[in-house]
Structure formats: structure tokens, C-alpha cells
Design a protein around this ligand. Sequence first.
Ligand code: ATP
Ligand code: MG
Ligand code: FE
Length: 349
Amino acid sequence: PLVLGIETSCDETGIGIVRGRTLLSNTIASSMAEHARYGGVVPEVAARAHLEALQPSIAAALAEAGVTLADLDAVAVTSGPGLAGALMVGIGAAKGLATGLGVPLYAVNHLVGHIAADILAEDAAPLEYPTVALLVSGGHTSLLLVRDLTSDVELLGETMDDAAGEAFDKIARILGLPYPGGPEIDRAAVSGDPDAIRFPRGLSRASDLHEHRYDFSFSGLKTAVARYVEQQGADASVPDIAASFREAVVDVLVTKALDACARFDVPRLLLGGGVIANRRLREVATARAEAAGVTVRIPPLSLCTDNGAMIAALAAELIASGRAPSTFAFGADSTLPVTEIQVAEGVPA
Ligand code: ATP
Ligand code: MG
Ligand code: FE
């Protein structure tokens, strides 16, 4: 099916068009620059920017895909989690579009969308199940056991405090790097030594593993970096701190993900979310998974951060597995749990 996906959960207005598992276009307009001077996303500003960007983005995505509105078989939209006001703009547009075109509407979970991005990787074979999935984004850090992306996602563990992306953003601020911090730290780390400073790996001690084997914590790491910077003052090497911090985050993410693969006897790992754009994380996950006999799927860079194509891809999977469209009885759910893959699923016809 030809599906148009709308993503407006944060500061990216993402419009993606897929035909089944094939990516046709992926247009992203970001209001990031408008938020940069505040050091974080301002919800009101984001919502207004979505309102302005939606129509031109839809037009651009259709043109790039070489299709027209009349060709669409379905519309998909992110219904949560995210900023309520921002989500509502996309939801309103999606309901209007689906009504006007007389096509089904699929309201889906943004987080499951991040994982679904793997489907669109070039030469993407269908996903094999079960698979462990590591979701690392600006607001979430979760380890999942996926038996079926359209119907069965189990949460194994998640962060007890900051999300990994949030930690990148906060550490960047401490180091005087601009927002968003993830890409900045990635860049600064290139010339640094990852072994220069041994920063803590949260919830990795034997005493923590019993209760928190698949949970994450990044607040201790954040404090350790802040203290180090304070102590070193002008002597602190930003590249060394960036590289050592990045290494600590990557190490704990990959270690726990592969531990879950071993424990559940699942030789497959999916990665998803904005932090998966991190070069060191891609490298370490690839190398260690191979050593462990685990097949790892990593979305291309353009599909890691927020986009509409991942939303369309998830809806296309739901359609392929015979799921009924959503009724219009849904709104924005800012705290939608990752286990709720589709919202307001209707009764199959
Ligand atoms: P969520 O998906 O949890 O609702 P979000 O949509 O805001 O949150 P994403 O867009 O998935 O998050 O990811 C954005 C996050 O990814 C930011 O915190 C950003 O710093 C981080 N990020 C982006 N590129 C990199 C990178 N190269 N290295 C590390 N982090 C990165
Ligand atoms: Mg974003
Ligand atoms: Fe996201």
C-alpha cells in the first residue's frame, strides 16, 4: 500500500511516503534553529512551526515520491508520545487528509516508529522475530523484546532517570557546545581519547543487575562529568571528555542489549532512535554483535532522528498484517507507552 506518514511529536515536521517496505520520500522541516537559543524545544514555538511547515512539506514529499494525493491508500500519524500541542497539529492534518481522501487512518506510536525505521533500510529484508530492540532517543532509552512489531512489544527495561539523548544534550551544555548536543559531542569526540577518563557505567554493578539488569541510568554519569569539568577547570580537554563520556554511554547500551540477546536466546538486535545516529554507537554495536553471533540492523542516518517515513512504514506493516484502521476517537497522548503500537484500532471490517 502507498502510505503517507505525518510526524510532529517534537520539533521536526516529518512527512514520509512509503510503498510497503520501500521508501519513496522523506521530507523533514525542523524548527531546531528557533529553539537553539533557549537550549531546548519550546512547545508553543514547535506547534506553530508545524502548522506552517505541514502543507509545503506534504507537497514536497508527494512531488519527490512522484505521486499525488489521489494515489494514497492510507494516511498514518504519530499520536504519541511527544509534546501535546505539537502532536495535535499533525493529528488534525491527518484526520482532515484521511477524511477528504476517503482513505483509512492509522494512529501509531512514535517509539515503535523509531524501531520500524529498520524496515526501510536499503535492501531491507522483512524483520525476523523475535528480536531484541534498543530504542535510544531524546526522551527515551528502552530495551524491548519484540515478538511482532505490529502486535507484541514487551518492555524489558528503561532509563530510571535521563534518556541517553538527554544526557548528550546536558553534557554538551556543560562543555559549552551548542544544542542539540548529540551530534556536537560526536564531532568533538573524534580527536579525543575514549580511555582518557573512566566515567561510570550506570546500573552495571553486580549489585544493580539483580533488580535492574535491563534498566539504564545516566544521572550518575552526568554528575561525574560535571564534577570532572569543575575540578579540571581550564585544563579540561573537551575532546577527551566527549570521547570518554560517549564511550561510557555506548558501552552500557551495547552491553545490556547483547546481554538481553544472550539471555532470551535471540540472535537479532534492532536499533532505533535519534542517538543511533551516533557514530561510535553504530561502530561498537556492529563489532560486538558480530563477535556475539548476533545480527544487528541499524537504520540509515536519515531515518534515525524523527521522520515521517518511519511512521508510514509502521502503518504499512499494520495494514499488511490485516489490522483495522484507527477510528477518529483519539487525540494526542503525550505519555503513550511503547507497548501501545496502534491507537484507537477499529473493529476489522
Ligand atoms: P523521543 O523519540 O523519545 O520522543 P525525540 O524524538 O526528541 O525523543 P529523537 O529525535 O529520536 O528524539 O532523537 C533526538 C536526540 O538524539 C537528541 O537528544 C540528540 O542529541 C540525539 N542525537 C542526535 N544525533 C546524535 C549523535 N550523533 N550522537 C548522540 N546523540 C545524538
Ligand atoms: Mg528532534
Ligand atoms: Fe523521536
